[in-house]
Ligand binder design. Structure first.
Ligand SMILES: *Cc1c(COP(=O)(O)O)cnc(C)c1O
Length: 435
């Protein structure tokens, strides 16, 4: 075996090569150096010929400093928590880019004095839900609940909640545990499947700080069930907090069973909490909307400072609220005939290249803790199951789903502009045609 050790150029010499200059600028010295060390090691161990090391390093450099990789979401789940939930609109992305530098997030350029933080986003949210007297924004939906429970019921106050709404959000996070962590006491009423107004009325008393109504956003209860509406709860006296989860600000015709902020407030909720990155289609955020007095109490609580959102979130949220239709709503409302046409086109092109590809009808879902049980008719390109893993490992990564032993690339959550990416991703896996 030849000894390549002496033929490996020194790290400093490689790093000084002018071909690496732009990459050091882009990625930083540490990442480029790490790539050099890996390539040197490969040569030393005889895994690589000692050719042009700089060229090898350039080829092996990561595309970006962030290790997060872009993914084409062909799962058919519109809001996939593991894939980052909502895709931001171009307007929101532009807002983030603009806010990334120094910005007037908390400064009045007219007077030269401090101003209310994120007033643009707050005004946009208030304008989107006129039924809310006041609004506040924190880091996520869970933070919104924690802030509300702490400010309204922390230190032993009682929160009345139905046993049918003691839900687990996901990854082991249980809403009752979250509430209890604030020091509030949970007073459970009713049963898993049925809770009546009398159950609530029997529990509400002088110690009740609030009544909490949680939308079971990731499961449906059917059969012998009963729940109590917001308007009835509101008449009991204590403030009612409605956790709608998904962030629909007003009713959506395609999701008739999904609660929305405007309806809950009109029904008498003192406070509504929701996520920003579910059906609202914006950045991760926790929205709080409600009576001026309650929202002010939350805003003034010391914990509010620990949960406050950054300038990027505020910029993206404002653009989401004021800008054009967001991707999640575009996906939700895309016509199934359009999806079918796209699937057929892709399948035709791939079959012509020799792939075992065909267009199929399928069913997509909202996912991400929204509209459970809602089936969205969709269309997909069906491929052999073995493609699933290879597509995941491609760049960009494509994540489909396995169904009946086939890999489906469901188009409902894929922007039409990304069909080209899907096409290239699958083509890159096909054997080269014989010359
Ligand atoms: C998603 C969800 C939450 C948690 O919101 P995050 O933004 O993920 O923190 C809380 N309650 C309900 C009902 C939800 O659907």
């Amino acid at each position: 075996m030849p000894d390549h050790r002496r033929e490996v150029p020194r790290t400093d010499a490689v790093l000084a090569d002018p071909r690496l200059g732009p990459h050091v600028q882009r990625l930083g010295r540490a990442l480029v150096k790490a790539a050099i060390l890996r390539e040197q090691q490969a040569v030393r161990e005889g895994r690589r010929e000692p050719g042009d090391l700089v060229a090898e390093v350039v080829a092996a450099l990561p595309e970006s400093v962030s290790s997060l990789l872009p993914v084409v979401n062909a799962t058919g789940v519109l809001l996939h928590t593991n894939l980052g939930r909502a895709v931001l609109s171009p307007a929101a992305v532009a807002g983030i880019a603009a806010a990334a530098g120094t910005t007037d997030v908390e400064f009045d350029l007219t007077t030269g004095e401090r101003a209310r933080r994120g007033r643009g986003a707050m005004a946009a949210l208030a304008q989107a839900v006129p039924a809310a007297q006041a609004v506040h924004v924190v880091n996520n939906g869970a933070a919104a609940l924690v802030l509300a429970a702490t400010a309204l019921a922390g230190g032993g106050g009682e929160i009345v909640i139905s046993r049918g709404e003691m839900v687990e959000i996901g990854d082991g996070f249980r809403l009752p545990d979250l509430m209890a962590s604030t020091g509030a006491r949970l007073r459970e009423v009713g049963t898993t499947n049925r809770t009546t107004l009398a159950d609530y009325a029997g529990a509400v008393g002088p110690d009740t700080a609030m009544v909490l109504k949680v939308h079971p956003s990731n499961f449906v209860l059917t059969g012998f069930t009963a729940g109590v509406g917001v308007s009835e709860l509101a008449r009991l006296g204590p403030p009612v907090l409605v956790d709608i989860g998904s962030g629909l600000l007003a009713p959506h015709p395609l999701l008739p069973d999904e609660p929305d902020a405007a309806s809950a407030l009109r029904a008498g909720a003192a406070l509504v909490s929701a996520s920003g990155d579910k059906l609202l289609g914006g950045p991760q955020a926790g929205l709080l909307l409600g009576s001026a007095q309650v929202v002010e109490r939350l805003r003034r609580h010391p914990l509010a400072r620990a949960l406050r959102v950054d300038k990027l979130t505020l910029a993206a949220l404002e653009a989401t609220l004021l800008g054009p239709t967001v991707p999640v709503i575009a996906s939700l409302t895309a016509s199934v005939s359009g999806l079918r046409r796209r699937a057929e086109q892709l399948a035709r092109l791939l079959s012509a290249d020799g792939a075992d590809a065909r267009a199929v009808e399928c069913v997509a879902a909202v996912g991400g803790g929204g509209a459970p049980g809602v089936e969205l008719p969709s269309a997909a390109v069906s491929l052999p199951a073995s493609y699933a893993r290879q597509l995941r490992l491609g760049r960009p990564a494509v994540v489909g789903r396995l169904e009946h032993g086939r890999c489906l690339l469901d188009l409902r959550a894929v922007a039409e502009a990304d069909d080209q990416l899907l096409l290239q991703a699958v083509r890159s896996l096909l054997p080269e045609p014989a010359p």
